[in-house]
Design a protein around this ligand. Structure first.
Ligand code: PGA
Length: 256
């Protein structure tokens, strides 16, 4: 239509964390969400199950993501999963640097190597960042700036188009919609993140960057988070396992 900017697709990353307990349940959840996705027009949905289920899940309308990865493709690394293996399982996206992995000891340096290995392999990286708490003096801005700079320190600008930044304040994760960050604060933080990207790379990369919000996104707050928070989508944890609520959430987003 004349003069109207084309609406961009919204992105929803479903982080299943360490769930469900069996392949049977994983298949049921994946196919139910997949059927709902076939009716969406403007939402790109990526389900991120535990590694063990990846080879057994695939669909036309629902994409597949991993929750972590190792940064080498070859070598003696007991217990690790390489980007190449993820490609062979049909994965398109990889969450890197989730706060629950950082809590287990993953450093910014390791995360930046992982982000590089993901995009260098041709996959999309969903880089998670976010502060532990918000002090009254705005120190979290400095924290976020350093975390983003260091998590991207191995990543040349040409790969930035394959990186999605998921801003997830740790204090808002795993709670209720009412504990989530308010849309206005999300908007301010997303602008701040773009400013950091513009400092590290350039204005164009910053303006094209996709920023998601994660942390207690539920059916009742998802609309405001996306439209008033000014983000390109959301990363959903616990609610992505409650299939009926999750599908409602997807429909709400599609209607924005
Ligand atoms: P939540 O989790 O939606 O359960 O808050 C988000 C996340 O940890 O990625």
């Amino acid at each position: 239509m004349g003069g109207m900017k084309k609406k961009e697709n919204k992105i929803v990353i479903a982080n299943w964390k360490m769930n469900p307990a069996s392949l049977k349940e994983a298949k049921a959840l994946f196919s139910k969400v997949g059927r709902a996705c076939s009716k969406l027009r403007r939402v790109e949905v990526v389900a991120c199950p535990p590694f063990i289920f990846l080879n057994n899940l695939s669909g036309k309308f629902l994409k597949l993501g991993a929750q972590d990865v190792f940064y080498e493709n070859d070598g003696r690394f007991t217990g690790e999963i390489s980007p190449r293996m993820l490609i062979s399982s049909g994965t398109s996206h990889v969450i890197v640097g989730h706060s629950e992995r950082r809590e287990l000891g993953e450093s910014d340096e390791v995360i930046s190597k992982k982000v590089y290995s993901v995009v260098n392999a041709g996959l999309k990286a969903v880089l998670c960042v976010g502060e532990k708490d918000r002090d009254g003096e705005g120190k979290y801005f400095e924290f976020l700036k350093n975390q983003i700079k260091q998590s991207l320190s191995s990543v040349p600008s040409r790969f930035m188009k394959n990186i999605i930044i998921a801003y997830e304040p740790i204090w808002a994760i795993g709670r209720k919609a009412s504990d989530s960050m308010k849309p206005q604060a999300i908007r301010e933080t997303a602008i701040f993140i773009k400013k950091i990207l513009s400092d590290i790379y350039d204005q164009q990369i910053a303006s094209e960057a996709l920023i998601l919000y994660g942390g207690s996104v539920e059916t009742e707050n998802v609309g405001a988070i996306i439209s008033d928070g000014g983000v390109s989508g959301v990363l959903v944890g616990h609610k992505s396992l409650e299939v009926d609520d999750f599908i409602k959430m997807l429909k709400n987003i599609d209607a924005i």
